[in-house]
Design a protein around this ligand. Structure first.
Ligand code: ARG
Length: 424
């Protein structure tokens, strides 16, 4: 297996998680492609010891292994921008996994250049979105690099994979492999497969690691105050906090109250509907708080248009199209749209719920002098009369000349508007 003297083997940078698949992939690539593996691991806040993973990669046969902290990059360039854009896939999923992939792939391309590698590799299967996100990013940023996807290529059963591992002395954790397939970073935990594949089955308690069961969460509600500056969270409970710390703290606080569980029948890019469970306490609270500051500070028209941008932006992230011009265009809109989205939201956490209870902003468009029924009212109610007349003019004209005349005189009766549900 050692490289023949004189001829150096080509190198591939492998996204290495320390798990069974990517460990087996190291040896499998050595054998199948006759290439050397440089293992790449980054910390996106998944709560693992990346130095231990790096050591394992070297023991497993990688010629080199890199482990780096990418949490700040992840928060500043991925999680928080997606929050400002209001990106929730299908209105539910805060996109933790989807946001991590383009960053990992981009960092791997850098490592590939530094090491003179000719290929990159990942451990994704052929059924999911993650392979698409990795491959499209690699193909976009480094079209010259070959892409190797061992798990997609070897088509083994789990038993065959374990046999290969045993034959090559690859460490298989003594602990029973998780019954689920999971991925996690600061922005959330994704859990799928196993019993969760039955969409009728309630996720069993062992699905969850970051959130308390709402039924046994504290009986005492807890309030958090989140401060935003132009759409980005900058403070928690009155303290200025760095993004990574803020998310970590909020994950702990909201998780304790059972906030952040999401159960989603999701439309994968590859045409499959799949049942996904997410735990994203901080992301859920931050999206809620952020939206409330938007309600306070964005005009009605901006709010409505923003909803469309949010959906397009979420699809773009989900579908792995991060490095596109459309992304830059949407972000240019978002930055402009968020310029007054500064202020503080008060959110009450209680048994699985995150409820807005108050908000304030220097740029608030909620004007007490316009809204009040008490003294100090500056709203000109006499102007309402003329407004109503003009606003309704089209409809009242139509009623007078069409809907209320002759044959059509029954057209405004309820059964004419809503047809009976079945023939009499
Ligand atoms: N369905 C989610 C997504 O496409 C999560 C994927 C999670 N990956 C995993 N290995 N469990 O973003």
């Amino acid at each position: 297996m050692a490289s023949a003297s004189g001829g150096q083997r080509e190198k591939v940078v492998l996204a290495y998680s320390g798990g069974l698949d990517t460990s087996v992939a190291v040896k499998w690539i050595n054998e199948t492609y006759n290439m050397d593996v440089v293992a790449y691991t980054c910390d996106l806040g998944q709560g693992q010891d990346i130095e231990a993973i790096r050591q394992k990669a070297l023991r497993t046969g990688a010629i080199d292994a890199i482990a780096e902290d990418a949490r700040n990059l992840f928060v500043d360039y991925f999680a928080f921008p997606s929050l400002a854009a209001g990106a929730l896939y299908e209105g539910k999923y805060p996109l933790a996994t989807a946001l991590g992939r383009p960053l990992i792939a981009q960092l791997m391309v850098r490592v590939a250049r530094e090491h003179g590698a000719t290929a990159v590799a990942h451990g994704c299967t052929g059924k999911g979105n993650d392979q698409v996100r990795f491959d499209v990013t690699f193909q976009t940023l480094a079209p010259d690099l070959k892409i190797i996807a061992p798990v997609r290529e070897w088509k083994w059963t789990r038993t065959q994979e374990l046999e290969f591992a045993a034959k090559h002395g690859i460490e298989v954790e003594a602990t029973k492999k998780s019954i689920f397939s999971t991925d996690q970073n600061l922005w959330g935990r994704s859990i799928e497969a196993g019993i969760l594949e039955d969409p009728w089955v309630e996720p069993p308690p062992e699905t969850f690691q970051w959130t308390a069961d709402p039924a046994t969460a504290p009986d005492q509600a807890e309030e958090v105050e989140i401060t935003f500056d132009r759409g980005r969270p900058v403070g928690l409970n009155g303290r200025e906090l760095d993004g990574v710390e803020l998310i970590n703290e909020l994950n702990a606080i909201a998780g304790r109250h059972g906030v952040g569980r999401i159960d989603h029948i999701e439309n994968r890019l590859v045409g499959i509907k799949s049942r996904e469970i997410y735990e994203a306490p901080a992301a859920v609270v931050l999206h809620e708080a952020h939206r409330e500051i938007e309600f306070l500070t964005l005009s009605k028209e901006s709010l409505r248009f923003k909803t469309q941008v949010s959906q397009t932006y979420a699809d773009l992230i989900y579908n792995g199209l991060w490095f596109s011009q459309l992304h830059q265009d949407l972000m240019a809109f978002t930055v402009s749209n968020q310029q007054y989205v500064s202020g503080t939201a008060r959110i009450k956490l209680f048994k699985g719920h995150a409820q807005i209870v108050g908000r304030k902003s220097e740029h608030s468009l909620y004007r007490h002098e316009l809204a009040t029924y008490e003294e100090g009212d500056q709203y000109d109610a006499s102007a309402a009369l003329g407004f109503i007349k003009i606003h309704g003019l089209g409809q009242t004209t139509q009623a007078k000349h069409q809907l209320l005349t002759g044959e059509g005189s029954r057209r405004l009766e309820l059964p004419s508007i809503i047809p009976p549900s079945r023939a009499e």
